[in-house]
Ligand binder design. Structure first.
Ligand SMILES: *[C@@H]1O[C@H](CO)[C@@H](O)[C@H](O)[C@H]1NC(C)=O
Length: 444
């Protein structure tokens, strides 16, 4: 007997549901699954397997346009080249994010599960926005540096940094080598992420902010794209040159320099001249996570309406004039279009990240924190660095649960030990680091 069509359909229901879930995610997850590349080994000197791009796509790591980009570039070059840059960028995004967010309740640990997405990476949360911005930044930086290093084939050197002489007219610089091509890095990053060139067309066709975005999927893409762009644009903060002195050792009359992009904080590069000292790119990225740099988007049954902005004094005055047609602006107004400023967009409010989610993603148990009474904590409380940075205090990190004090012994070469217990010996010259015992606190 033939089964009835309906029965057949029912027996396939789990599969159908799965397909629906997957395709639903494809549209709304926002294509950060490429960070799942971090588990692979980056080897620029090896050929890529012929089915690599296809395999990444079927493992949900690449979306369709990323797989196309991958195919185009691996067809052109025999070696892994750009693929190794992508892998490197994913590794560095994870390392950077986890290192920088140690002191926050949300510590970026969920990226280790990608392409599996934690709940906060499936919707438009501040955390998802931050991951987009940070990975866009690292991707553009890595591609620009690899381009200059000759890793990526057919990638030209960048222009001489003119800002250098304009900013330090009194210093004699001699520039050498292949300069980092920041523009190329940014362009390749946009191409890989699937939105190269679209902005120019859009700009010509319509004044900013007029067209409404109707469907939710397109709205999600638009928000993700904006957040990626903020990160990619931030790479301009990291243009620098690294110099060597010539002439008698003290005078340093001529410096030979080559252009670099840095992403680990200015203080990490000795003898560097940085384009914009005031904006350390890392501080810039972390500050984006603070509430004042996040804007909530409004999407309703009419489509995308815009993003919220605090009312200014002028708005309040215009509203209080009974003759003006403007509605009263009490706390927030909705601004159509996308913000020009480097602010991140979100829609869903974040979880508190205190407790375990979906049995997989840990809360703040066993996380390190600073006792509120400690001098370091007092320093944070006294400074005006934003609300989020206070999350490292035990009272915030542990979400009201108790914490325990533990003394831990570290070997002399441990990073937490180095600052405290290293000294320079005279004879013979060497740095001697003693093991150290530190008192640490952990949430229960
Ligand atoms: C942990 O140590 C800090 C000082 O570092 C102290 O203020 C605090 O009371 C201690 N807390 C516990 C639970 O022992």
């Amino acid at each position: 007997m033939r089964p009835a069509p309906l029965l057949l359909l029912l027996s396939q229901a789990p599969l159908l549901l799965l397909l629906l879930l997957i395709s639903g995610c494809l549209n709304t997850c926002g294509a950060i699954q490429w960070l799942g590349l971090y588990k692979l080994e980056a080897r620029a000197d090896r050929p890529v397997q012929s089915n690599f791009c296809q395999a990444m796509q079927s493992r949900m790591i690449f979306d369709l346009s990323q797989a196309k980009f991958c195919k185009k570039w691996t067809r052109r070059a025999a070696k892994a080249a750009i693929v190794s840059s992508l892998i490197e960028a994913s590794k560095q995004t994870l390392a950077l994010c986890q290192q920088q967010f140690r002191g926050f309740r949300w510590n970026c640990g969920v990226l280790e599960h990608v392409p599996e997405l934690a709940p906060e990476l499936r919707t438009l949360t501040a955390e998802q926005a931050l991951v987009h911005a940070m990975s866009g930044f690292v991707l553009a930086t890595t591609l620009a540096n690899d381009c200059a290093r000759g890793v990526i084939a057919n990638c030209p050197c960048g222009a001489e940094p003119r800002w250098l002489r304009a900013r330090w007219p009194e210093v004699r610089f001699s520039l050498e080598g292949c300069h980092t091509n920041l523009r190329m890095g940014q362009r390749l990053a946009r191409q890989f992420l699937g939105f190269a060139g679209k902005r120019k067309r859009a700009r010509r066709r319509r004044p900013r902010g007029r067209r409404t975005v109707k469907t939710f999927d397109r709205f999600v893409k638009k928000v993700n794209r904006h957040n990626y762009r903020v990160g990619i644009r931030a790479t301009k903060h990291s243009e620098a040159v690294r110099c060597k002195c010539h002439g008698s050792s003290a005078s340093c009359t001529i410096r030979t320099c080559h252009k670099v992009l840095h992403q680990r904080g200015i203080q990490m590069i000795p003898s560097a001249y940085v384009r914009r000292y005031e904006d350390d790119p890392i501080d810039f990225l972390i500050n984006l996570y603070d509430k004042q740099n996040l804007r909530r988007t409004i999407f309703d049954e009419r489509g995308y309406q815009g993003y919220e902005e605090r009312c200014t004094e002028a708005d309040r005055q215009a509203g209080s004039n009974p003759l003006a047609a403007k509605p009263l602006c009490e706390s927030y107004k909705v601004v159509p279009g996308l913000p020009r400023a480097s602010v991140l967009l979100f829609k869903e409010h974040s979880l508190d990240y205190c407790s375990r989610r979906e049995d997989v993603y840990p809360g703040t148990s066993n996380r390190e924190c600073l006792p509120d009474g400690s001098p370091e904590a007092q320093q944070i409380l006294a400074s005006d660095t934003g609300e989020r940075r206070r999350e490292i205090l035990c009272s915030v990190m542990c979400c009201g649960r108790p914490y325990r004090n533990v003394t831990v012994s570290y070997p002399g070469n441990h990073p937490d030990c180095k600052a405290k217990s290293c000294r320079l010996l005279q004879n013979p010259f060497r740095v001697d680091c003693q093991p150290c015992v530190l008192s640490k606190s952990f949430c229960s």
